[in-house]
Write a protein that binds this ligand. Sequence first.
Ligand code: ZN
Ligand code: ZN
Length: 241
Amino acid sequence: MLIIIGFFVAHWYASVFAQSFFLHRYMAHRMFLMNPFWERFFYLFTFITQGSSFLHPKSYAQLHLEHHKHSDTEHDPHSPHFLKDVISMMINTARIYLEFKNGKRASSSPYIQGLPTWDRIDRIGNSHWVRLVFCGAYIALYLWVSPPLWMYALLPVHFLMGPIHGAFVNWCGHKYGYRNYDTSDQSRNTFIWDVFFVGETFQNNHHKYPNRLNFATRWYELDLGYPVIWLLSKLGIVVPR
Ligand SMILES: [Zn+2]
Ligand SMILES: [Zn+2]
């Protein structure tokens, strides 16, 4: 049972960190720079940690910039104020994400063309077979450990880890919590200390300052992702812009 709890926590944090650090702050907002080695390291890290729910980095960036541009309007890919429940929001988000990935929708952001891609990882990560292999590996681990029956209910969270993180952030971060800034959208800061989503639920702070590396802006707020990025910058792995 402890092995399963450990695996769940490790998968949760590795995956949400990959989404926040690489997909969101690096790809979509270009908040810092990395050399080609570290860029590929974190590209691979994102593929492995998101596993069965790997999100194509460039398409994620395109989708996310649409969210900033049209936040909480009818053109927002995932506004909880225009979509009636979390499932419809996830379906609409997936639809627009796939349109970007399949080249059926063009991005209006000028720097999208310059974003890094890695054809081999994109191809492998987006293969249905590879996604099934990851799902099979999660199931195999559970069967091998043989935890109490109720713990098998965690398996769907492993299967859809990336989209589940995204759905929680987008739904709660625009619906529940407090506001520091009077932005034109409905963004909120859901937690004062965001320890579960490594800072991503500070949506109100983030929409006010979209390029600010630290999503916490008040002295009492904690963006758990920021100290890690600060450490990476001290190690010379990332260079804040
Ligand atoms: Zn938002
Ligand atoms: Zn953003």
